[in-house]
Design a protein around this ligand. Structure first.
Ligand SMILES: C=CC1=C(C)c2cc3[nH]c(cc4nc(cc5[nH]c(cc1n2)c(C)c5CCC(=O)O)C(CCC(=O)O)=C4C)c(C)c3C=C
Ligand SMILES: [Fe+2]
Ligand SMILES: [Fe+2]
Length: 337
């Protein structure tokens, strides 16, 4: 019987922390119309002459700080481990490939390998728990654009989101338990940010998202694909698993780019508010990421840690991502089966 091909796709990372490789990575990433979703002329101007020239040397410095001598980028390292462990878990009726939306290993090459392995069908798992056009949507579009040129378009399916996956929620809660959560003054669920206009575009009614008070507090037919509403749902489920009362946690969004409004509240503002309230110890989850990466290791531990301490706080503790946790691999196996 033909094998089933499983294609795990994460965002991507530079090939090395050199400024040239970071520039190449940022250029491919930010020229994606689903990421900088403005008209092509403005996008080209912003990316090529404003963002990348200024950001590449600064980002390269940050990448150098998290780059491991042996294993390189944490995002690629953990993604490769996830691929190997899922392959072991599923056995030889499946072929598990890994690709990155930007840079390497490319989606083109991973699909080619699945084709050459004569798989009977392909399942694509974008490694983003919450759906966003800039992440999941972009992965779907890229895979479809490649496969649509094949003579034989194979049976192919796509995971859309897994923001409420039980085993994923449990893995985050288990990772937090290792840090004695009761010893923290407050818990933050800090998700990757997104421009507000991208949320509004997902609201096909045009009169719900960011227009109705508490639009993200429940999931319903109108906001079921909303990145922010799904993020709030993930946070609620992890908090429930930890028996964390509402007043002990805050949902916030990190990593803004540019001057347009992004999803709020911003993590750096919440960190400042926590310090102002006299809180000393913060526990921070980053449940938009399934693997530790620049945005968790550096942005949370170093940047937010330093900001909090400068304002009188004492300690910021990152809850490790899902990485190679056996329960998370089981969660992935569940998505396949
Ligand atoms: C969780 C999913 C992600 C969404 C949605 C997303 C949207 C998005 N990101 C940027 C800009 C940048 N993101 C950067 C890094 C980065 N982003 C994600 C995931 C999502 N991004 C990950 C996993 C990473 C880390 C990659 C790594 O190598 O570790 C960066 C680069 C780093 C930096 O220079 O700060 C930028 C830039 C935009 C504009 C956007 C949506 C519009
Ligand atoms: Fe990003
Ligand atoms: Fe909303």
């Amino acid at each position: 019987m033909a094998k089933k091909g499983i294609l795990l796709i994460n965002l991507g990372t530079p090939d090395s922390p050199s400024t040239a490789d970071v520039r190449k990575y940022l250029d491919e990433f930010l020229m994606d119309p689903r990421v900088i979703d403005v008209n092509p002329v403005l996008r080209t101007f912003l990316v090529k002459t404003v963002i990348v020239p200024f950001r590449a040397p600064k980002s390269a410095k940050l990448y150098r700080a998290i780059w491991d001598e042996k294993t390189g980028s944490p995002l690629l390292h953990y993604s490769l481990l996830q691929q190997q462990l899922l392959q072991q878990r599923l056995g030889d009726e499946h072929i598990v490939e890994l690709a990155m939306r930007y840079q390497s290993p490319s989606i083109d090459s991973a699909l080619q390998r699945l084709k050459e392995a004569l798989v009977g069908e392909i399942q694509v798992i974008p490694m983003f728990p919450q759906y966003a056009s800039a992440s999941t949507g972009s992965v779907h579009e890229k895979v479809m654009s490649i496969v649509s040129t094949w003579q034989t378009v194979p049976p192919i399916s796509f995971i859309n989101s897994f923001h409420d996956n039980d085993l994923m929620i449990e893995t985050f809660a288990d990772n937090a338990a290792k840090h004695n959560p009761e010893s923290y003054d407050h818990v933050l669920f800090s998700f990757h940010g997104l421009p507000q206009r991208q949320l509004k575009k997902c609201d096909h009614t045009g009169n719900y998202c960011l227009k109705v008070d508490g639009c993200c507090n429940t999931l319903n037919d109108t906001n079921k694909f909303c990145y922010s509403a799904q993020s709030h749902d993930t946070a609620r489920l992890i908090a429930a698993k930890m028996n964390l009362p509402k007043e002990k946690y805050t949902v916030c969004f990190q990593s803004r780019l540019g001057s347009d409004p992004w999803v709020q509240p911003y993590t750096s503002e919440i960190i400042a508010q926590m310090a102002k309230e006299g809180k000393k110890r913060l526990l921070i989850f980053c449940p938009a990421f399934v693997a530790d990466c620049l945005e968790t290791v550096y942005e949370v531990t170093t940047e937010y840690g330093d900001e909090f301490k400068a304002l009188g706080g004492e300690h910021v503790q990152l809850v490790e991502s899902l990485n190679a946790e056996p329960k998370w691999i089981e969660a992935l196996a569940g998505m396949v089966n």
